[in-house]
Design a protein around this ligand. Structure first.
Ligand code: NAD
Ligand code: GDD
Length: 326
């Protein structure tokens, strides 16, 4: 039987990479999104442009597919998810409620949910030298923001669809994923892309603004590792949530220094300014991913940032060129 997959959010960053990856594994792939990809043409075999908050759009998207990868979300970095909590919860809840129901009605055999490290309780992420988060740390629940609460609800929704309808579900908790062809300006960009942009835009001898004191910590996962982990999870028998992330903890100042090295810039200084900071520290415990998927990220932060910086610097230069009158 033809292997037919739907990737929702295929106009976005991870979804766009996932479409290409699945096709390389021999899948026929339909994408669905509010819009086609912004930075390059989609390679998807079919593409539904529509609003997945609408059950009819979800029905069209799921028609005839055997597997669904649910990545569509109204999301972004701290600059985005720290605002408009009701809108974020409502939009994402509607997308997830209608997508999983459409997948069930279409007879899809397997369903993947892109959940997030943001589901983990704030009380477990109050220090910079944080203990890496294990999957079992999710409860007692206490995500920091509405985006995390919605992802937790979407996880439970999948668990209940598995229990009541026998839908075969897979749930990944992504930890800050970065790479080329992702949002790099406009307010939704996460720290790696934002810092690449700021370094690319900095004048010689200039400053790079960092939100907070720069000592807050995170781990960052390159997008190729993320899609490979996602696929391994779908092919596994593991129906419970699994972290897909890096377990290398760095401060945001260290991240900025790595970006400057990737850019070959030793002329810049960091300036710490007020801004949304999220949790104080966050890292991924990858024990379960190693055990059940045989997966661990392979691309170092230095390697991933080199590729990402090159791409964002090119975008910045192109935008400047477009803004310069002929
Ligand atoms: P992204 O914003 O690049 O992609 C999400 C896509 O969903 C966008 O193209 C957007 O247009 C689409 N979308 C939003 N609302 C929609 C709607 N109503 N109907 C149809 N499409 C809609 O984000 P991403 O970084 O590729 O993230 C993909 C998934 O992974 C999301 O579910 C996100 O929450 C999750 N995730 C990402 C990260 C990360 O670091 N990138 C971390 C944790 C979880
Ligand atoms: N975005 C951004 N832009 N963050 C900055 C900047 C900047 O210019 N300067 C410093 N930071 C700091 C933020 O204050 C935060 O403390 C840290 O960098 C990481 O910010 P983000 O990358 O925006 O988000 P996050 O790691 O807190 O959360 C992201 O990852 C989650 C999964 O791990 C978000 O994308 C969530 O939506 C996602 O679920």
């Amino acid at each position: 039987m033809t292997r037919r997959a739907l990737v929702t959010g295929a106009g976005g960053f991870i979804g766009g990479h996932l479409v290409t990856y699945l096709q390389a594994q021999g899948w026929w792939v339909r994408g669905a999104d509010l819009r086609p990809p912004e930075f390059r043409a989609t390679t998807a075999d079919d593409f539904v442009v529509g609003d997945l908050r609408d059950p009819e759009v979800c029905r069209r998207a799921c028609d005839g597919v055997t597997e669904v990868y649910a990545l569509a979300a109204d999301m972004g970095g701290m600059g985005f998810i720290s605002k408009d909590p009701a809108t974020i919860l409502r939009n994402n809840a509607l997308i997830n409620l209608h997508t999983v129901e459409a997948a069930r009605l279409a007879g899809a055999q397997r369903y993947f949910l892109a959940s997030s490290a943001c589901i983990y309780p704030e009380y477990a992420q109050t220090k910079t030298d944080v203990r890496p988060l294990r999957e079992t740390d999710a409860f007692p629940a206490g995500p920091q923001d509405s985006y995390g609460w919605e992802k937790l609800m979407a996880e439970r929704l999948c668990v209940y669809y598995a229990e009541q309808y026998g839908l075969d579900v897979r749930i990944a908790r992504y930890h800050n994923v970065y790479g080329p062809y992702g949002t790099w300006d406009g307010g939704r960009e996460k720290a790696p892309a934002a810092l690449c942009r700021k370094v690319a835009e900095a004048a010689p001898g200039g400053e790079v603004e960092i939100w907070g004191d720069g000592r807050q910590t995170r781990s960052f996962c390159y997008v190729d590792d993320c899609v490979e982990g996602t696929y391994r999870l779908m092919r596994s028998n593991h129906g419970e949530p699994v972290n897909i992330g890096s377990d290398r903890l760095v401060t945001i100042d260290e991240l900025a220094a790595l970006v400057m090295t990737a850019a070959g810039r030793d002329d810049l200084r960091l300036r710490h300014v007020a801004g949304p900071q999220g949790v104080r520290g966050r890292n991924s415990d990858n024990t379960l991913a190693r055990q059940v998927l045989g997966w661990t990220p392979r691309i170092t932060l230095e390697e991933g940032l080199a590729v990402t910086y090159r791409w964002i610097a090119g975008e910045v230069a192109a935008a400047r060129g477009a803004a310069t009158p002929a």
